[in-house]
Design a protein around this ligand. Structure first.
Ligand code: UT7
Length: 332
């Protein structure tokens, strides 16, 4: 059985910086509330006509491949996590495959929202373990800002979500080498409507109607409080599950990269695990919550900042729409 290892990570975020001050001109909110409740000072939003999920993910992927020392033609497969693909169909995997000039390799799309990247990483890990593929591009990218209700009604979501892309190259390695130790995936569909977006929907007579537009069915809808309460429980559960599975303890963690949902969630998890600040990576303060993008973007930045050293025990964990939640434990 093979083992998989992250060979390189890359990221791209749009140029446009949106400050809390700018948001407070669009809706009834303020810097103090946003910083206190979310930890976010600013985020990146795409520019229509310039940024797309495809071109952002291509930039992130090129960076990941360069750092991994892997050429586009060496990639065997793409797993692309996004809930905001450029088209309703086909998915973004094939658009990235075309953009990167890759030949006829397979491309799979994963639609598990905030847990999407970890689901994607786990899928890629299985393909490598079985020996089916040797090098897989695993991507998490989103344009969320076009799905946000920027009126007072949508303010609790509008201040959180943002745009960006991250990618890693996952490669086969020997069993005794560092790499992915295990992944743990969960869902609870009973809570699907706590964080969702209805339109475009296939179960109506048309996928998008004037009535749906008037109702704002194409906006992301979140019951933030319920999501928050479940998130803090599930984050802890799934991190402990990964540690127990590998007979490791929280003290063995060198770096925790939580999905960047809300700084208060990360801080709660940090405090429960008793981890010092230098062992938890957060970038939500200046990038917001980019859904499937947060973890690969954070991996890329943590590597750039010298926070990922060979053999380090890295814990990745996420929770979000579905509900879905997941963790991946790896040696860098
Ligand atoms: O990415 C994965 C999935 N997402 C998450 O994990 C997000 C989890 N949830 C959260 O991060 C938080 O619930 C939010 C940041 C979304 C909201 O924070 P909260 O502390 O749960 O606030 P709340 O929704 O309970 O609202 C508290 C008050 C309300 O006013 P009243 O009823 O107390 O008068 C809201 O209307 O804050 C008000 N409020 C705001 N005020 C200013 C809500 N949003 C805003 C805002 N600016 N943007």
């Amino acid at each position: 059985m093979n083992k998989s290892r992250i060979l390189g990570a890359g990221h791209f975020v749009p140029e446009r910086i949106v400050t809390n001050e700018e948001l407070s001109q669009m809706m009834n909110t303020n810097d103090e509330w946003i910083v206190e409740r979310t930890g976010i000072h600013e985020r990146r939003w795409f520019t229509p006509g310039v940024d797309t999920v495809t071109n952002m993910s291509a930039k992130a992927s090129r960076m990941a491949m360069e750092r991994a020392g892997v050429a586009a033609q060496d990639i065997d497969f793409i797993v692309f996590a996004t809930i905001t693909s450029d088209y309703f169909l086909p998915g973004n995997g094939v658009l990235l495959q075309r953009e990167l000039g890759m030949t006829s390799i397979g491309a799979l799309d994963v639609k598990n929202a905030c847990s999407g990247f970890l689901y994607a990483l786990s899928v890629a890990d299985q393909f490598i373990k079985t020996g089916m593929y040797k090098k897989i591009l695993v991507v998490g990218a989103e344009i969320q800002s076009s799905a946000l209700d920027k009126s007072d009604e949508g303010r609790s979501s509008a201040v959180i979500f943002a745009d960006g892309a991250g990618a890693v190259v996952l490669g086969a390695t020997a069993q005794d080498q560092p790499g992915i130790l295990s992944s743990h995936l969960h869902s609870e569909g009973a809570y699907a409507e706590e964080l969702y977006c209805i339109a475009p929907s296939s179960s109506g007579s048309v996928r998008i109607s004037q009535e749906m537009i008037d109702r704002g069915d194409f906006f992301l809808k979140m019951n933030g409080n319920t999501v928050f309460k479940h998130a803090i429980v599930r984050f802890m559960e799934v991190i402990n599950e990964a540690l127990d599975h590998n007979m490791l303890s929280k003290d063995d963690i060198d770096l925790l990269i939580p999905h960047q949902a809300n700084l208060r969630i990360s801080q709660y998890v940090q405090q429960k695990l008793g981890l010092p600040d230098e062992k938890v990576f957060n970038n939500i303060m200046y990038l917001g919550n980019t859904t499937a993008g947060t973890i690969p973007i954070a991996l890329s930045q943590a590597w750039e900042q010298g926070k990922l050293k060979e053999g380090d025990l890295v814990c990745l964990a996420a929770f979000g729409s579905g509900f879905t939640w997941a963790s991946v434990l790896l040696r860098w």
